[in-house]
Design a protein around this ligand. Structure first.
Ligand code: SAH
Ligand code: SF4
Length: 456
């Protein structure tokens, strides 16, 4: 069979169910098929998200089952050259293994790691001291999963910058940089869209597209860290009045302090449900926590969940070092299910039992988030109901006035009603609470709002 013959009608597919980050395994599968079926040329229409690979035959007579369904584990073939590796997918230890696999000395790992996470280099050109052999390997087998900015915008409040970042498959996600005095926080996404369908949430209204890989999650933190390091002089100054009228012009060029040039905190409160993408999120957290790299310690990472009970119990069992926030929004099953469809799968009593287990096992307080919607869940009685629900638990309540979205008619609670809500929690139940500033409302900095606008 001529090697130059064009692959054609022997096209077959093999499916690796729903695991986009198993793509290297898919390539492994293709090579395995090549070995067992002789004439097949692996290649691979890499269909991220569906997990489908295509195997082309050089000879249309060659037989292969019409559709081969193979589990990701079975598909993994050791020793097969994987697809290009996203460097942001690797922990420091995995980077070491990669180098050893190439028969290079792991002694180069610190240099490479420092370039990646201290120098925040985004290409091999920005790594001049790499030894030539390592550089050559990296060039062939790896890439920097840097996420280009599709759109960015500053809020008039002077504190918030929102990025719409482009993924390799054309999808877009949101990452938000928020500056508080003396600390900078990145709000990052864990999925494209979300399957949980909370009625007031722009991401929920968008529906679920796919999980992010660990590398795509880390790349968001790197994006913000890079913006702080290299472009901080472009940020507007802090306002003297924290919430100037939306019409006031953006201000320019100011830093609050030295601390503002370093990323201090991560909140997983962007697009998506992080516990629905558990493995990739935990892997990303491990990379972001590495104290020789981005060094975002346990106190600096907050994961917010809609209430995925198995995920909360797994976090407790694994004693994951992070802060947990649980989006409650209602204190009865019926009211909650009307706002958060996921409550039908994980009812309120099961959720509260899981929260109790989490706090008992980890000794940690949970933040309970409550989106305040006028006339829906913001009355004195609602405040008392949440007070009773959380009584005896180590808890803090974060009240978030609703960010209006196109797909939901509700309005945000007025400031005086929010204050009354807080007053009940503190005076009658001794539960601390905060009303979250509505940062960046003029730039649609509510979860998923910019991405929705981009799709229109
Ligand atoms: N999926 C996770 C994390 C992302 S959403 C979760 O639901 O917890 C982060 C927080 O923003 C959640 O508490 C969510 O309820 C809240 N939120 C989403 N859309 C909002 C909106 N339009 N206005 C106010 N809060 C919103
Ligand atoms: Fe998903 Fe969170 Fe939005 Fe609900 S609030 S739809 S869980 S991103």
């Amino acid at each position: 069979m001529g090697a130059n013959k064009t692959p054609k009608s022997g096209l077959k597919s093999a499916r690796i169910p729903g695991r986009p980050h198993c793509l290297p395994r898919a390539y492994g599968l293709a090579e395995e098929l090549t070995r067992s079926c002789g004439d097949y040329v692996p290649f691979c229409s890499q269909s991220i998200g569906s997990g489908i690979i295509r195997v082309h035959s050089r000879d249309s007579r060659a037989a292969l089952p019409e559709k081969t369904v193979i589990s990701a584990r079975n598909a993994y073939v050791r020793g097969v050259r994987p697809a290009s590796i996203n460097l942001y997918d690797l922990t420091r230890a995995q980077l070491g293994e990669l180098l050893v696999g190439w028969e290079l000395k792991p002694v180069h790992v610190p240099l490479l790691w420092n370039y990646l996470y201290l120098g925040l280099a985004d290409s091999l050109d920005a790594m001049p001291k790499l030894p030539p052999k390592l550089r050559a390997r990296l060039k062939v087998h790896t890439h920097f999963g840097v996420l280009p900015t599709a759109f960015e915008t500053d809020s008039n409040d002077g504190f918030t910058r929102k990025y719409l970042l482009a993924l390799a498959d054309g999808e877009k996600i949101e990452t938000v940089l928020m500056r508080f005095t003396g600390r900078v926080t990145a709000c990052i996404s864990s999925q494209v869209g979300c399957a949980m369908g909370c009625v007031f949430c722009a991401t929920g209204q968008m529906g679920y597209t796919r999980h992010l890989t660990a590398g795509e999650i880390v790349a968001q933190a790197v994006h913000v860290a890079r913006a702080l390091k290299f472009q901080s002089h472009h940020f507007p100054p802090p306002p003297s009045n924290p919430q100037p009228p939306a019409a006031s012009p953006p201000r320019r060029f100011h830093l609050i302090s030295e601390n503002d040039t370093r990323l201090r905190n991560i909140v997983l409160m962007g697009m998506g449900e992080p516990l629905h993408n558990y493995d990739a999120v935990m892997h990303a957290i491990e990379i972001m926590r590495d104290e020789t790299g981005l060094a975002l310690g346990a106190e600096r990472i907050t994961l917010s969940t809609v209430g995925v009970v198995p995920g909360i119990l797994r976090l407790a069992k694994e004693k994951r070092p992070l802060h947990l926030a649980v989006s409650l929004h209602a204190a009865t099953q019926a009211e909650r299910a009307a706002l958060v469809p996921a409550a039908k799968k994980w009812p309120l009593d099961e959720l509260m039992a899981a929260c109790r287990t989490y706090s008992e096992t980890t000794g940690r307080r949970i933040f309970y988030e409550w989106t305040l919607i006028e006339g829906k869940n913001d009355s004195i009685e609602h405040a008392r109901a949440v007070g009773r629900l959380l009584h005896g638990l180590p808890a803090q309540v974060n009240l978030i006035p609703l960010n209006p979205t196109a797909g939901y008619t509700g309005a945000p609670t007025r400031t005086d009603a929010a204050k009354n809500f807080q007053h009940i929690l503190s005076e009658e139940f001794k539960i601390p609470s905060t009303v979250r500033q509505r940062r960046g409302i003029d730039i649609a900095a509510g979860c998923g709002q910019l991405a929705v606008a981009d799709r229109r």
